[in-house]
Design a protein around this ligand. Structure first.
Ligand SMILES: [Zn+2]
Length: 68
């Protein structure tokens, strides 16, 4: 069983490294953005985030830059 999970992990890692060149990173935590829609309009442009939690933390920290 453990050998099976090792093989699966290897496959996942290869898949991820192939996709990373086009990957969008969360502005706050740096994780890949897999769901569109967590965005914030700021004076520095549109920021993209991985989740609603990162959006709310960014809004708290950058309240003076928010446009919406
Ligand atoms: Zn994030």
């Amino acid at each position: 069983m453990s050998a099976d999970s090792v093989k699966r992990n290897d496959g996942l890692q290869k898949g991820e490294s192939n996709m990373k060149e086009n990957e969008i990173k969360c502005v706050l935590c740096g994780l890949s953005v897999e769901i569109n829609g967590f965005t914030v309009n700021t004076t520095e442009g549109l920021k993209l985030f991985c989740c609603a939690g990162c959006v709310s933390v960014y809004r708290l920290l950058n309240g003076d830059k928010l446009l919406d």
